[in-house]
Design a protein around this ligand. Sequence first.
Ligand code: N2P
Length: 364
Amino acid sequence: MLRRLLPLLALLLSALPAAAQERVLNVYNWSDYIDPYAVARFTRETGIRVRYDVYDSLETLEGKLSAGRSGYDIVVPTSEPTFARLVRAGALRPLDRAAIPNWRNLDPVLMERVAAIDPGNRHGAIYLWGTVGLGIRTDRVRAALGPDVALDSLDILLKPENAARLARCGIMVMDSPTDVLPSVLRWLGRDPNGSTAEDYRAAEQALMGIRRHVRTIIASGSILDALATGEACVALTYSGDVIQAQARAREASRGVEIGYVMPREGAQLWFDMLAIPADAPNPEAAQAFIDFLLRPDVMAGITSHVRYPNAVPASRPLVAEAVRSDPNVFPSAEALSRTFVAGTPPRDAERARTRLWSRFKAGR
Ligand code: N2P
C-alpha cells in the first residue's frame, strides 16, 4: 500500500513550489517553555515545519552558540548576560519590524528595560519572564523547620542548620552559576552583580556551607521533574518551573504539595528574548514565528500552559483564570520592587565563577 502511495506523494511534492518544500524552522528554546498546541498551529497556518530542540541552562545555550553555525533560526537567551553578549558580538540578526506587525503588542515599559543592552530593541522581543526562587514541599519544610518558619526567604536553603534538617528530604540546586550566584550574593547582603574576588569567596563559602546537604546539582529541566514527583523537597530554580511542577503534582494527587518562594531578600528577575542568530538558515520563517508568538491569543495559551508571564498585555484577559490570578506567576508591584536584574560579568570574572562552580559541584 505504502509502496504504491510513495510515487504519488513524490509527484505531489514536486508539484509544490521549491520554497514551500524547504520551509523548516529550527527552534532552540528552554525546555517546558511553550504550548505544544502553538507550535502545531503555526505549522498548520504557515506550512512551515518546526524542528524543535531544547536546553535547560544558559551555560548549555552559550556553549552551543559560541561554536557558531548552530543551525538554529530562533534562540531564546536571557537578556543578561547571554542576549547582551550575543548582541555585542554581532551574533544576532537585526529584526525586520515590517515583517513583525504584532511587535506593536509588546509592552513598551518592559521593552524599555531591555533596551539598555539592545539599543532600539533591534535584536530581540521579550518572550517570557520570571524570577529565581525556591520550589518547596511546604508541609515537609514546615515539619522539618517548625511551623513558624518564614516561607519567603532563602534562609530555608542557605542557612546550614536548615539545610542540615532538610537534607534527607532532598535538596537540589540548578546547575547554573549564571542563574544561581546572583541570588546567593544578594542573600549575603552583597551586590548581586558583584564580581570581586571577595564576592566570590563569600558566595563560595555560603555554597560550601550547605554542600554536603545538597542531594543534586542538576539542570533546571530535571529539577522540574523532581519537584513534580516529590523527590525534591527544596530546590533553587526558575519560578514558572516550580509552578508547573505544582500543577503536575496536584494532577497526580499523590499528596505532593509544592509552593514557590520568591525570596524577600530580593529575587532575581529575568527576561528571555526571542532572537535570530546572524547565520540563521531561515530568517524569514523565524520572523513569521516571532510575529505569530506575539499574537495575544497565542501568547495567552503559552502563559496558561507554562505559567510564566509574557510581554503582551492584551493577552492577559485571555490567560486561564487560575494562572492569571496566581501572584507567583504575576508578582505584585510591591514584590517586583524588591527584585533585581543580573548584569553581565566581565570575562575574567566568568572564569572565576566557573572554577568556583566546579568546586561546589565536586564538594571540595
Ligand atoms: C523554562 C525555564 C526558563 C527560564 N523551563 C529561564 N530563564
